[in-house]
Design a protein around this ligand. Structure first.
Ligand SMILES: Nc1ncnc2c1ncn2[C@@H]1O[C@H](COP(=O)(O)OP(=O)(O)O[C@H]2O[C@H](CO)[C@@H](O)[C@H](O)[C@H]2O)[C@@H](O)[C@H]1O
Length: 480
């Protein structure tokens, strides 16, 4: 079965968050099911730079006023199609933001173009000799694909839209509609119209054959007003087509036994070797070389991720004898608050602002626990990396965090199934209590080792979830 996957980022070519990890890892997990995925991404400079061996396999004469090329390349096991349109994608900043951190004003056009190109690849002869049988699109940036398909020549092809985060909806003023090359009927409740605006995700949710999100709990939560962010009613009307499939992780990229980014490789039987990674972290973050647990945070610094709650408990972590290291970028005020905590507690709190993939691996390999106080979390990947690396997750009880971490309550500890700590309500007090619980467990080395070992035994691979995507695809094909 041929699948066209469409996304605005893909690891290891371009990544700003978990979306890239999922889009990058799913194709090889689907391969054993006879599914061949081609992934269409925009030709940002970072992408083109890495793809030395690429060839032009197709073209679109007029994509919003400019010609575009479709390039094909293989990279790290991925079969890629790259939409090369310099006017839209050759920019100095990141995929979505300019160098000053502002959204590109033409993001609606940049990602409508990605979706339109995907629809044309699916329906027309854009890439001669290749056609998908299923089109799987990710998040708002690709969500117009099924809308364009509905009004184009691939109208009968099944589509899957995966919501990685319903907080990002691609909502733009109605004035952009005439620029989208869609018939006027598309600006209606049944398609894009969203409270008088244009909603990219909304349009996709109305038209995709199937909708998935990245954990079973989140698939329930988004049906409520609290988590649905305005789309709960629409989702309820599409309940029969909605599924929650939990994310896995690429267990080859994230393998402490072979990870090239960490100072000392180790496995379930050799957890003591983690000490060498701790040592490097102590130096990197300027921590005192004293005993006690190191808590780490690897995150976008945002309200969603509960980073304001973290800022409120930094003094407590230190008072309780713990250390904290933070790697993150995002909200300037939150970054400032965490930097201030680091200067208040030199030797106990360290902060590296920014984005650093290798360092994120080392932190999972050398810290004792990872804190994830998210207010909502569709799935979350860093707790899965934590489980795999023996870095015990302490998580808010929400979304995919609920589904993937087993709380160390007495029953779970006695049954030897606990893998971490969950807390609720998601407040600074809730987080404080969870940190206290973790510290108590840390002070009982046998209990702690059991948590680490149990976590390392958890199946965080894509195996089961790839099977679910495969059967979703086959079900859609069988329906015709
Ligand atoms: N400063 C930094 N330096 C280096 N690496 C950093 C970093 N900050 C974050 N990362 C990395 O970025 C990824 C973030 O993954 P999350 O699952 O937390 O997702 P995010 O909220 O981006 O994605 C959305 O999509 C994913 C995928 O479906 C869902 O899991 C999630 O719940 C949803 O919000 C991880 O690989 C993490 O290690």
């Amino acid at each position: 079965m041929n699948v066209l996957s469409v996304a605005s980022e893909v690891y290891p070519l371009v990544k700003t968050g978990g979306l890239a990890d999922v889009v990058g890892a799913l194709p090889s997990a689907l391969q054993p099911h006879g599914i061949r995925t081609r992934t269409l991404v925009p030709g940002y400079p970072a992408v083109l730079h890495k793809l030395k061996k690429r060839k032009t396999v197709g073209g679109i004469d007029n994509l919003f006023g400019h010609p575009a090329k479709v390039l094909a390349a293989e990279y790290d096991g991925l079969d890629l199609l790259v939409l090369d349109q310099p006017a839209l994608y050759h920019r100095d900043g990141g995929p979505y933001l300019d160098t000053t951190g502002r959204d590109y004003p033409d993001n609606f056009r940049r990602f409508a173009a990605l979706s339109l190109a995907a629809a044309e690849i699916a329906g027309d002869d854009v890439v001669p000799g290749w056609k998908p049988e299923i089109v799987h699109v990710h998040d708002w940036q690709a969500a117009l694909t099924p809308v364009y398909m509905r009004f184009g020549s691939a109208r009968d092809l099944p589509t899957v839209l995966t919501i990685h985060n319903i907080a990002f909806q691609g909502q733009f003023g109605a004035s952009v509609f005439p620029e989208l090359s869609l018939p006027s009927e598309a600006f209606s409740m049944q398609f894009l119209e969203y409270y008088g605006d244009v909603g990219f995700l909304k349009g996709g949710l109305q038209t995709a054959s199937a909708i998935t999100t990245v954990s079973p709990s989140y698939s329930q939560e988004i049906l409520t007003a609290e988590f649905g962010m305005g789309l709960d009613g629409l989702l309820a009307s599409r309940l029969a087509s909605l599924a929650g499939i939990v994310n896995g992780i690429d267990v080859d990229t994230w393998n402490p036994e072979t990870d090239p980014y960490i100072a000392q490789n180790y496995g379930p039987g050799t957890l003591k070797k983690r000490a060498a990674n701790r040592k490097v972290l102590e130096e990197r973050f300027g921590l005192d070389k004293t005993p006690g647990p190191i808590f780490c945070v690897i995150s976008r610094l945002t309200w969603q991720k509960g980073m304001d709650l973290l800022a409120q408990v930094t003094d407590d972590i230190v008072a309780l004898g713990g250390k904290l290291i933070v790697l993150g970028a995002g909200d300037v005020a939150l970054e400032g608050a965490l930097m201030a905590a680091a200067s208040r507690h030199r030797g106990h709190i360290g902060m590296v602002p920014g984005y650093d993939e290798p360092l994120s691996h080392l932190m999972q390999a050398g810290s004792d626990a990872i804190l994830i106080p998210s207010r909502f979390e569709p799935c979350g990947l860093t707790q899965l990396y934590g489980l795999r690396y023996g870095c015990v997750p302490i998580v808010a009880r929400t979304g995919g965090l609920t589904d993937t971490v087993i709380d160390a309550n007495e029953a779970a500890l006695a049954a030897r199934v606990a893998t971490g700590f969950q807390f609720h309500p998601v407040t600074a007090d809730g987080l404080r209590l969870a940190i206290r619980r973790a510290l108590r467990a840390y002070n009982e080395p046998k209990v702690w080792a059991r948590l680490q070992n149990q976590g390392m035994k958890s199946d965080v691979s894509w195996a089961k979830s790839a099977e679910r995507y495969a059967s979703l695809y086959s079900g859609l094909l069988a329906k015709g």
